[in-house]
Design a protein around this ligand. Structure first.
Ligand code: 5GP
Ligand code: ZN
Length: 137
């Protein structure tokens, strides 16, 4: 399979590994959006959040606090963003991964603009809530 993260996990492509266990692998993002920007992935190849089974999701999400705490201890950021991108154009590598992005004063990272708050009525909230509830399996 031509998957860059599978190759990293297999050691065929070098990475700056920060953590590994039987089911997960964590390494520095090649694009250090901020100092310590880390990716955690399941060793099992799975495309994204829409394909991941609950057991694999449980394993990979369960490792996030451990890594977040290490980043906090190592770099004393003002906070940490935990992000997971799914599908084009958000997702560029199609092996499920969670970004841990330590944040620092004036780091220039823009994840959300302040002016994109939507002005919803109570009916709007109810319609949004119902659409999600109806879509739950
Ligand atoms: P996505 O946009 O899919 O959520 O993010 C994929 C991330 O993988 C990007 O932040 C990108 O910098 C990172 N990435 C892509 N190729 C490599 C690589 O070969 N090594 C490492 N360490 N990170 C990579
Ligand atoms: Zn893969």
């Amino acid at each position: 399979m031509d998957c860059i993260f599978c190759k990293i996990i297999a050691g065929e492509i070098p990475s700056h590994k920060v953590y590994e266990d039987e089911e997960t692998y964590a390494f520095l993002d090649i694009t250090q959006g901020t100092k310590g920007h880390t990716l955690i992935v399941p060793k099992r190849h799975v495309r994204n959040i829409h394909d991941i089974d609950e057991a694999t999701a449980k394993t990979v999400f369960a490792r996030v606090p451990k890594l977040a705490n290490a980043l906090k201890k190592a770099f004393d950021p003002i906070g940490i963003n935990v992000i997971n991108n799914n599908d084009k154009p958000l997702q560029s590598v199609f092996h499920f991964h969670i970004h841990l992005i330590p944040r620092y004063e004036d780091d220039g990272m823009v994840l959300q603009t302040e002016d994109n708050q939507q002005d919803l009525s109570e009916a709007d909230y109810q319609a949004v809530r119902e659409a999600i509830v109806d879509a739950l399996d």
